[in-house]
Design a protein around this ligand. Structure first.
Ligand SMILES: [Zn+2]
Length: 154
C-alpha cells in the first residue's frame, strides 16, 4: 500500500498497488494533467481521506524531535499521519517528510530517485548571538533577533 504525496501526481511515477492520499493534495495540483491523473486514479480506486487526530498528534511529536516540524506544512504532516495509520509506504520527494518517516520507521520512496539515507536532526541557530535551540521560535529567545537558521545537529 502506498501513500501518494504531490510528486506522484506531478510525475505520474509511483508503484502500482493499493493507493491512498489526503484531500488537501488535490489543492496543490495546479496543472491540468496532474488533476486529470488524480481523477483517473480516483476512478480506479485511489482512496482519499483524512488521518485521525490522534495519528496527527503522534506525527507532530516525532517531527518536533527531529527538528522538522517548523518546515512541514499541514499537508505534509497529514501525509505522514495517514502512512502511520495505514502502515503504508510514503511516495514523496520532500526530504523533511522522508526524514520524519525514517525516524518513525515508516518506509518511503521518492518520485525523483532522490532519497535521504540517514536521519538528519536539526537545530535552530540565531545568527546574531549564536543561541541554539531545538525548537524554532519566530525570534531569538535570548536576543530577539529574527535571523534564525536551521543547522544540522549531531
Ligand atoms: Zn539571538
Amino acid at each position: 500500500m502506498y501513500v501518494l504525496d504531490t510528486c506522484a501526481f506531478l510525475s505520474q511515477k509511483h508503484p502500482d498497488g493499493k493507493l491512498i492520499t489526503i484531500p488537501q493534495i488535490k489543492l496543490e495540483l495546479k496543472n491540468k494533467q496532474s488533476l486529470q491523473y488524480f481523477s483517473n486514479l480516483n476512478e480506479i480506486g485511489l482512496e482519499i481521506r483524512e488521518p485521525s487526530n490522534e495519528n496527527l498528534k503522534i506525527v507532530k511529536l516525532n517531527a518536533k524531535k527531529t527538528g522538522d516540524l517548523a518546515v512541514l506544512s499541514d499537508t505534509d504532516l497529514k501525509i505522514l499521519a495517514i502512512a502511520h495509520e495505514t502502515k503504508s509506504t510514503i511516495v514523496s520527494d520532500d526530504f523533511a517528510i522522508q526524514n520524519v518517516a525514517l525516524y518513525m520507521k515508516l518506509k518511503y520512496i521518492s518520485c525523483s530517485g532522490k532519497e535521504i539515507k540517514e536521519l538528519r536532526k536539526w537545530k535552530y541557530k540565531c545568527s546574531a548571538c549564536n543561541f541554539v535551540s531545538m525548537k524554532k521560535y519566530p525570534e531569538c529567545t535570548t536576543c530577539g533577533s529574527k535571523d534564525i537558521f536551521r543547522i544540522k545537529a549531531k
